[in-house]
Write a protein that binds this ligand. Structure first.
Ligand code: SF4
Length: 178
């Protein structure tokens, strides 16, 4: 069974809310997204290898991503008590991160070389090695989608998946380039 068919028939089991297969040539890269990273409203700028400037320049990220022809885009959706439920948002992000390896494994079985992007930086180690030493887990380091200059709302529109999923929910995105 192809990975596309497997995902379509096991979507719920994999914890995926929506997904799409698009071409990396459909992506729109924006310097504005990187500028937003620099403003550090998420607090992740310069903290780990998964965010700017650790991921490299916008041009370097663009070049790395465009080496791959295809892009699998998926979302996970998580309930919140209300729009100020920051604990629920963190729990949703943790759940999204937990779901990623099983999805990545499906692609690894069919494609040797992948580039994986996920949501909001990396919180894997208690203390990140950035910037003094290389990442401890480079094979499972998933930089944030925004760090590659990709606007997630435009990506959602291009992929035909919801950027948000209604009141009292939080949606996280992941991408696998292959
Ligand atoms: S896996 Fe660890 S060392 Fe690598 S970016 Fe994440 S926190 Fe830093």
């Amino acid at each position: 069974m192809s990975v596309n068919d497997y995902i379509a028939s096991h979507r719920e089991e994999l914890g995926i809310h929506q997904f799409a297969f698009i071409k990396t040539s459909d992506l729109i890269f924006s310097d504005g997204v990187r500028k937003l990273c620099e403003m550090n409203s998420c607090g992740q700028y310069g903290k780990t290898w998964a965010c700017p400037p650790g991921v490299g320049t916008l041009e370097e990220c663009k070049e790395k991503l465009l080496k791959y022809e295809n892009l699998f885009v998926f979302t996970t959706m998580h309930p919140l008590e209300d729009s100020f439920d920051f604990e629920g948002m963190e729990a949703g992000k943790a759940r999204h991160t937990q779901l990623c390896p099983a999805i990545v494994k499906l692609f690894r079985e069919q494609y040797e070389d992948l580039l994986i992007l996920s949501a909001e930086g990396c919180g894997r180690c208690q203390t990140c090695t950035y910037p003094d030493a290389p990442c401890r887990f480079p094979d499972t380091l998933y930089p944030s989608i925004e760090s590659y200059g990709v606007e997630v709302n435009r990506l959602a529109a291009k992929a035909g998946v919801n950027y948000i999923n209604g009141a009292n929910t939080v949606t996280y995105f992941g991408c696998i380039a292959y």
